[in-house]
Design a protein around this ligand. Structure first.
Ligand SMILES: C[S@@+](CC[C@H](N)C(=O)[O-])C[C@H]1O[C@@H](n2cnc3c(N)ncnc32)[C@H](O)[C@@H]1O
Length: 359
């Protein structure tokens, strides 16, 4: 293996663990809401595009979920995929293999809750694989089906230029990118490109030839009207506005605010497709634009955002500001006409089905 949990990932702050009211388990229905729309497409691709004749000799079928968190949305996804593969075997004269699922997330993930949440009736083996999915994690040619949902938008690091005061891309106080500041936008886009390419390079080695990969990556459309509509990018902007208010009240320092940048990138369909098309080892079999089926009110939305970002924000600003920050954030959501209507949510999820090219 060239690298094992290769150390590229800067301090990574996992989702809120456990089963409490602030946990990711209790507050991830928004991310999970896309599986319903993705299900039919994944099932269809398994039925028509997955070659099951090749794994008859080893008689095992291995799946991996990259960025599984504590499992709430991972287990239904793994179940959907396995059931579709079983049906495919049952309608052929091929023997149904044994199933093994590898659940990956960063080392700081709450794997204890993941294990405690394992479905008791499952008919597949499970192993946890801690580490950064941008590097090698699994044995060569071992994975028949790779899956990742709502995870690949996490960057290995904030683009360096954005955090450098001497760079034209210095982003002090903005906390995220916007299309108007091209230099910052491009620094983020290039980081996303590098990271996705690193992810695909590792999966190239780990996947069997002809293996299928389903990626669900949150993104944004080419255009949306920020005065009337919102996306996942606008929620970060709302957090920034809450942080600015708190800085003005002296509740946090300007320096702390200036040094915060969110380590995410939400691609447009065109951007994602351009990166994936450059991959020499995967063919794009299908790309669909989906939406989550879940609409959250301001409180639900705040809890979801908090379950994902609390650890990072606590590390940056200290635990004492976090309740107040999310309270302010919720009030801003409630006051915003754009956020009050489900139809105004223009966040998309890009479902891509890739196939490991047979050489
Ligand atoms: C928003 S959660 C999504 C969890 C789950 N897939 C779902 O759909 O609910 C993103 C997950 O990706 C994980 N993650 C982010 N970057 C990662 C990396 N480089 N390697 C492994 N896991 C990563 C995070 O720790 C987190 O658990």
């Amino acid at each position: 293996m060239d690298t094992l949990d290769n150390g590229r990932l800067k301090p990574h702050f996992a989702m809120n663990g456990g089963y409490g009211p602030l946990s990711y388990v209790k507050n991830s229905s928004y991310q999970g809401g896309v599986l319903e729309s993705a299900k039919a497409i994944i099932e269809e691709e398994i039925a028509t595009n997955l070659d099951i004749s090749t794994n008859q000799i080893k008689n095992t079928f291995c799946l991996a979920d990259f960025g599984c968190s504590t499992g709430k949305n991972s287990f239904p996804a793994m179940h959907t995929i396995i059931e579709a593969i079983k049906r495919k075997h049952e309608s052929s004269d091929l023997k149904t293999p044994e199933f093994h699922v590898f659940l990956n997330d960063v080392v700081t993930n709450d794997f204890h809750t993941l294990f405690r949440s394992l479905p008791p009736q499952r008919d597949y083996g499970v192993a946890a694989v801690p580490g950064d999915f941008h590097g090698r994690l699994l044995p060569q040619s071992s994975i028949d089906f790779a899956y990742s949902s709502w995870s690949l938008h996490w960057l290995t690091e904030v683009p360096r230029a954005v955090a450098d005061r001497d760079s034209p891309a210095w982003n002090g106080g903005e906390i995220f990118y916007c299309r108007e500041r091209r230099v910052v936008y491009e620094a983020y886009l290039h980081q996303f490109e590098r990271d996705l390419e690193a992810f695909l390079k590792s999966r190239t080695v780990e996947m069997v030839e002809g293996g299928i990969m389903a990626l669900l990556i949150p993104g944004v459309p080419e255009f949306w009207d920020p005065r009337k509509e919102f996306t996942v990018v606008s929620t970060v902007e709302l957090l920034r506005s809450s942080l600015i208010d708190m800085a003005k009240k002296g509740r946090l320092s300007k320096a702390k605010l200036e040094s915060l940048n969110f380590p995410h990138y939400f691609p447009t369909p065109q951007e994602l497709s351009a990166i994936l098309q450059r991959s020499p080892n995967f063919s794009i079999e299908r790309m669909e634009i989906l939406k989550t089926e879940t609409f959250l009110n301001a409180q639900g939305h705040t809890s979801c955002f908090r379950a994902v970002h609390q650890t990072m924000l606590t590390h940056h600003f200290g635990a004492e500001i976090v309740d107040e920050l999310f309270d302010l954030y919720r009030k801003k959501l409630e006051a915003s006409p754009a956020f009050s209507m489900p139809d105004n949510d223009r966040t998309i999820v890009l479902l891509t089905i890739l196939k490991r090219i047979i050489i």
